[in-house]
Design a binder for this molecule. Structure first.
Ligand SMILES: NC(=O)c1ccc[n+]([C@@H]2O[C@H](COP(=O)([O-])OP(=O)(O)OC[C@H]3O[C@@H](n4cnc5c(N)ncnc54)[C@H](OP(=O)(O)O)[C@@H]3O)[C@@H](O)[C@H]2O)c1
Length: 259
């Protein structure tokens, strides 16, 4: 099936690993031109080496904690690709911790990483999308349902729902569609890290922690990064021309809320 993605110029942020990397790879497989990015030169180069034989790919180092680097990233990807049709925003993971433990500095860092970077990516992408485009923000199931000890995510990511709705109203008349996905537990380095952290806190093994997580998921397994990437692809494709301002869970059913 032609998804209308071939030849599209796509920026995927935080894409040296995990969900971002899987998304960049899926776009390349569909014939898009892709810019990948992360804040670590070594892992970004490793990702670039894995992707360069699949299609036309560029790389830019940028720290999503640094506002100037975020806007330079969007502009740089536009220059490298000769335009920008799709921006996929993924970010790094915030520090674990609860409201009683996290410091003011942790909250400021969480705000920069999880919210300010998203605002800048949306604003700068929209400026450059002269003849329409798509913006997809990858957030988290914590937007609908808190996860204990991930309070930076539980609190700050909620505002991305407001960002997506507000921007969809501003950008619709310019043919720019903006949507979000809320991944549930997804098999990446991040999950291994969280399992390790929780196992230590709760005096359990990592295997116990993972099997407790899986028990909570109606589909009885942890998702794959490609399963998140495929929904992002749908939201960038010619199959979703009347979808904007939406937030779609990709969570195996773990979010319990009805609405
Ligand atoms: N996996 C899950 O179960 C899950 C579920 C819901 C939401 N999420 C969220 O989805 C996002 C991606 O998660 P993931 O599981 O794919 O994580 P991951 O496998 O650990 O990958 C994280 C990516 O973010 C990049 N990154 C980290 N900090 C960065 C920074 N300051 N500036 C630029 N890039 C940065 C990393 O690149 P470098 O290290 O090369 O810089 C890497 O490419 C995170 O925000 C996570 O909280 C994950």
């Amino acid at each position: 099936m032609d998804l209308g993605i071939k030849g599209k110029r796509v920026l995927v942020t935080a894409s040296s690993k995990g969900i971002g990397f899987a998304t960049a790879r899926r776009f390349l497989e569909e014939g898009a031109i892709v810019t990948i990015s992360s804040h670590n030169a070594e892992s970004l180069n490793a990702a670039y080496e894995k992707l360069k034989d699949i299609g036309q790919v560029y790389k830019i180092i940028a720290d999503l904690n640094e506002p100037t680097e975020v806007s330079e990233l969007v502009k740089g990807s536009y220059e490298k690709m000769g335009g920008l049709d799709v921006t996929v925003y993924v970010t790094g993971s915030p520090k674990p911790g609860n409201v009683l433990e996290l410091s003011d500095a942790d909250w400021r860092a969480g705000f920069n990483l999880l919210l300010l970077s998203a605002v800048i990516v949306v604003r700068e992408s929209a400026k450059l999308m002269k003849s329409g485009g798509r913006i997809i923000l990858s957030t988290s199931m914590t937007l609908k349902q808190p996860i204990d000890n991930l309070d930076l995510s539980n609190v700050i990511r909620l505002s991305l729902a407001g960002l997506i709705k507000s921007a969809s109203r501003e950008l619709g008349s310019r043919g720019i569609l903006i949507n979000g996905v809320m991944p549930g537990w997804t098999l990446t380095e991040r999950v291994n890290q969280l399992a390790k952290d929780r196992a230590k806190r709760e005096g359990k093994t990592e295997e116990q922690v993972i099997s407790e997580i899986v028990r909570e998921v109606p589909l009885r397994r942890i998702g794959l990064p490609e399963e998140v990437a495929n929904v992002i692809l749908f939201l960038s494709s010619s199959l979703s021309t009347y979808v904007t301002g939406a937030l779609i869970p990709v969570d195996g059913g773990i979010i319990r809320g009805t609405l």
